[in-house]
Design a protein around this ligand. Structure first.
Ligand code: FAD
Length: 381
């Protein structure tokens, strides 16, 4: 079915992004996988091209357009080439609402130009060694002392953890108040007492810097708090998580589509028992099932993008998109790997890397089980 989500300008932008990635990313990504990190220069080059902060107002160097279709274009193109090291979607899709919607004028002036130019890389630090799904269980504290908060604690699994300049840290300003005592603070590179731990070794996404962060008596000015008062952090997180989950779903469908496409090509060419393997009924039925599911997923996710643009995407709809598309993604890639036989197990074949890179999709941004909890709760049992 024809995809009618995009207008002419999105299609033109897609060509620009594709050309940029072909030139600046494809030739280097394998090396970045070995390095465990993407160089900052590629962020700056992407920023020059206008790939960041679409919703950042023009006066601060952005495009001033709130249209998630542009975010989708960037993420789909990155996914198509398997450049899972680029933490652009975390910056664009997840962090932009924190920096654009929750900042005051003074903060906008300080941070938004760098956000849009790619000179200030962002991250969000929710997860701790002892608390992931159960965010209310976080133990990092930010206790007020005059016009500063003193931050103590530890975070883990933080995307862009090494490269980031601005980290939105979820901390308890009133540890006795539960979720209502949670506040978001922007911790900046170089603040005394803020250090990075290991760039964690993962099973996939090897070029992505995912790190531990440590905070030891870090004095964060009150001027770095997101929002007007203490204790708003949980509400702010709950407001922004649907967009994060939709972003993961967009990536999930794009990855499944891309692997399916290369697998169909593989099945056209690979021979066994005197036939192309695509001529076996089992192969055709399997590909038929996967192609059907991916296309249905695509249309649901596109509807979610339209709903997000209209301010109507609910937490439940985003949870449905997130769990279903990412479970589908891992299934599609696993089945496609099987169709590659032994070659599917070889890292030189894109399907093998996709299999490793995709595994985390059902985990981060809220696990499949947590998504089902969110949906299940909506029935009001
Ligand atoms: C590569 C990577 C990048 C990440 N990036 C970031 C980031 O940038 N910022 C950030 O803050 N975090 C990040 N995370 C953390 C991620 O969001 C968490 O790992 C995830 O939310 C799960 O938390 P957990 O690992 O503590 O698992 P746990 O919460 O310990 O869950 C373990 C298992 O128990 C299940 N479970 C938990 N609670 C329930 C329940 N109520 N009902 C049923 N089952 C349940 C889970 O579904 C899971 O299967 C990242 C993680 C990875 C791996």
């Amino acid at each position: 079915m024809r995809r009618d989500l995009f207008d002419e300008e999105h299609l033109l932008f897609r060509e620009t992004v594709r050309e940029f990635l072909t030139r600046e990313v494809v030739p280097h990504h394998a090396q970045w996988e070995k390095d465990g990190i993407v160089p900052r220069e590629v962020w700056k080059k992407a920023g020059e091209l206008g790939m960041f902060g679409f919703s950042v107002p023009e006066e601060f160097g952005g495009a001033g357009i709130t249209d998630f279709r542009y975010n989708a274009v960037v993420l789909e193109e990155i996914t198509r080439i398997g450049a899972t090291g680029l933490g652009f979607s975390l910056h664009n899709d997840v962090m932009a609402p924190y920096f654009v919607d929750l900042t005051n004028d003074e903060q906008k002036q300080r941070w938004l130009p760098g956000f849009a130019s790619g000179e200030l890389i962002t991250a969000i630090a929710m997860t701790e060694p002892g608390a992931g799904s159960d965010l209310q269980g976080i133990r990092t504290t930010a206790l007020r002392e005059g016009d500063h908060y003193v931050v103590n604690g530890q975070k883990t699994f933080i995307t862009n953890g090494i490269n980031s300049d601005l980290v939105v840290v979820v901390a308890k300003t009133d540890p006795a108040a539960g979720a209502r005592g949670t506040t978001l603070l922007v911790v900046e590179r170089g603040m005394e007492g803020f250090s990075r731990g290991r760039n964690l070794e993962k099973i996939g996404m090897h070029a992505q810097d995912t790190a531990e962060l440590f905070f030891e008596n870090v004095r964060v000015p009150v001027a770095n708090r997101l929002g007007d008062e203490d204790g708003q952090g949980f509400v702010q997180l709950m407001h922004n998580l649907p967009q994060e989950r939709l972003s993961i779903a967009v990536g999930g469908v794009a990855a499944a589509e891309s692997v399916l496409e290369t697998t169909i090509e593989y099945c056209r060419n690979r021979k066994a028992f005197g036939k192309n393997i695509g001529q076996f009924q089992n192969t055709r039925f399997l590909l038929a099932e996967l192609a059907t599911e991916v296309e249905i997923a695509r249309h649901y996710v596109d509807k979610c993008i339209v709903a997000l643009n209209a301010g109507e995407l609910t937490a439940v709809d985003a949870a449905k998109a997130k769990w279903w598309t990412t479970e589908l993604q891992t299934k599609v890639i696993d089945r496609c790997l099987q169709l590659h036989g032994g070659y599917g197990y070889m890292l030189e074949y894109p399907v093998a890397k996709a299999w490793l890179d995709s595994r985390v999709q059902t985990i981060y941004g809220g696990t499949t089980e947590i998504m089902k909890e969110i949906i299940g709760r909506s029935f009001g049992f």
